[in-house]
Design a binder for this molecule. Structure first.
Ligand code: SIN
Ligand code: FE2
Length: 199
């Protein structure tokens, strides 16, 4: 079922359990090579979400600011974006242009992500495709400027959101995680993968 909320396209149940497991295995491979980090952002405050990436560009943050970087903080290139993840982009966007970045966010039961816009990519004409795996996350969708009326939706394992068009530069965030709502990740938690054309 496809929902449209404030221009965000939510493809509910897009990935069946087999496809979710295949992507999860691929993510495990990436995390083995490029371990998750908890970055510090403003005034040394640590983000609650643990992050890594695949592709030519990954997102990193340190007290100097945040940016896309060609290497993991350990100095190694990010692993390639696994094929089962690229296949989701192909199926939903039909674009010839391939993403060059897949950001991987891990939320434990207490993690959240504040309202923000994805505005550091070089060209916002390309959509962002966002895959949810594991525990449910309450996704809040806002507007092109901070504030105003928002709408929220619980994203479940296998849901995929396409942020394009009017929603591409809209504020969004994750308010909370429903611990224990999925058995996909044996130790619980939520994974979110975002495919982007960053460079
Ligand atoms: C993000 O905006 O980077 C993450 C969105 C999500 O976790 O669903
Ligand atoms: Fe985002």
């Amino acid at each position: 079922m496809k929902l449209e909320v404030k221009g965000f396209e939510i493809h509910c149940g897009f990935l069946d359990v087999g496809a979710q497991r295949e992507i999860l295995d691929a993510v495990r491979g990436v995390v083995k090579q490029a371990p998750l980090s908890r970055y510090s952002i403003a005034r040394g405050k640590k983000m609650s979400v643990r992050m890594t990436a695949a592709g030519q560009h990954g997102w990193v943050a340190d007290p100097a600011g945040y940016r896309y970087a060609p290497t993991h903080p350990d100095g190694q290139a990010w692993p390639a974006i696994p094929a089962p993840i690229l296949a989701v982009w192909d199926a939903l966007t039909g674009l010839e242009r391939q993403p060059d970045s897949c950001l991987i966010n891990f939320y434990d039961a207490d993690a959240r992500m504040g309202m923000h816009r994805d505005d550091t990519e070089a060209d916002a004409q390309w959509p962002v495709v966002s895959i949810s795996l594991g525990d449910e996350g309450l996704f809040r969708m806002g507007n092109l400027t901070r504030g105003g009326k928002t709408q929220s939706h619980w994203l479940r394992s296998g849901d995929v959101v396409v942020m394009g068009g009017a929603a591409r530069l809209a504020y969004h965030g994750v308010d909370r995680i429903r611990a224990g709502s999925s058995t996909l990740l044996p130790k619980g938690g939520r994974l979110n993968l975002t495919l982007r054309v960053a460079g």
